[in-house]
Design a protein. Structure first.
Length: 317
């Protein structure tokens, strides 16, 4: 052993890098779209350059005001939201937000949502034609806009959309799936067949809140998306089922709040994770998770994240 070599099992020796198709990330801890603003809001709390990647709020072709209030409701171990993709549109995003994000020395994965396949393809091409992004995430799973999930529930539409976006854009393509389907495996296979570099899952679980005294729904949009620790078992199940169905690298999302949660998703088959709702109530969580991750990996006798991905043992003994 040379003077600088680290002993096996040492957290400092753990390789955190992950490869998702054509996308290389310095570590597997990313922050989820819609829960981290455009990162400016978080820069005084989080060392952005340490993150494995940042997913800014989904952008649409035209600016959108979003849904009428209320847009969020706290629920046991989670929250419901129906923001409705409130954003300034892709032209403003590329001109004003992407230059700042790109200067943070962290991979920026631009989340886009189109009203049609043409809009998805056009936006993927626009992001690819602009300097600054590392990849594009196709938000084919937003439950809070009309037609927001069509591409995420229909395997044929999903496959074609991913393939068309891939053909139109030089950057790696990630498909973000909704859990609100009968078979997550079928949609994951479709995203794989379309050539997705990675599949991220899950977006929010459809839910609702009611003010019975007024006999009214609480959310302006009536139906919303449930997120936070309440949905972690659903997300873990989805990652597990997708991992059984495809070879495409997976990014686990849903209720992740601690390093133990991160490890559960990696063991289930995720190569990386995105932290979402937890950023609202523990904004520095990504830093503490990153601090603890090497020791968690090393405790399994592994020297890299990759070694642990999908290491779940199903046989009882
Ligand atoms: C307030 C709020 C806004 C969100 N906005 C978006 C969005 O714009 N695009 C997107 O793909 N997902 C969006 N999501 C979904 C999250 O990225 C994530 O997939 C989901 O919340 C599950 O992860 P979590 O339980 O860790 O929050 C949003 C979630 C919340 C709570």
């Amino acid at each position: 052993m040379t003077a600088t070599a680290l002993p096996p099992g040492s957290p400092a020796a753990v390789d955190l890098q992950v490869t998702l198709g054509r996308l290389q990330l310095p570590n597997p801890v990313l922050v989820a779209s819609g829960t981290f603003g455009y990162a400016r809001e978080m820069e005084r709390l989080v060392d952005l350059s340490r993150l494995g990647g940042i997913l800014p709020k989904t952008v649409t072709r035209q600016a959108r005001p979003g849904n009428a209030p209320w847009r969020t409701v706290e629920t046991p171990s989670g929250m419901l939201n129906a923001i409705g993709l409130d954003n300034d549109g892709i032209d403003a995003f590329l001109a004003h937000h992407l230059p700042y994000l790109a200067s943070r020395q962290t991979p920026i994965i631009v989340s886009v949502a189109g009203r049609s396949a043409e809009e998805f393809v056009e936006m993927a091409a626009m992001v690819g034609d602009t300097e600054g992004a590392a990849a594009v995430e196709l938000n084919i799973s937003c439950p809070n806009v009309s037609h927001g999930v069509d591409f995420g529930v229909n395997p044929a539409l999903c496959e074609k959309l991913v393939a068309d976006c891939r053909a139109a854009c030089r950057l790696p393509i990630i498909a973000k799936l909704t859990p609100n389907v009968t078979s997550i495996a079928e949609i994951a296979k479709a995203a794989e067949a379309g050539g997705a570099d990675a599949i991220s899952l899950i977006n929010t679980v459809q839910g609702m809140a009611i003010d019975w005294k007024r006999k009214k729904p609480i959310l302006g949009n009536v139906i919303g998306g449930l997120s936070g620790p309440a949905i972690k078992p659903i997300a873990l199940r989805c990652v597990f089922q997708a991992a059984q169905a495809v070879k495409t690298p997976l990014i686990g999302i849903g209720g992740i709040a601690t390093v133990d949660d991160v490890m559960e998703f990696i063991v289930a088959g995720a190569s990386a994770v995105q932290l979402g709702t937890v950023n609202f109530y523990n904004p520095t969580v990504s830093m503490s998770v990153l601090d603890a991750l090497p020791a968690a990996i090393a405790s399994l006798g592994a020297k890299s994240v990759t070694e642990v991905v999908g290491s779940l043992q199903l046989k009882r003994n």
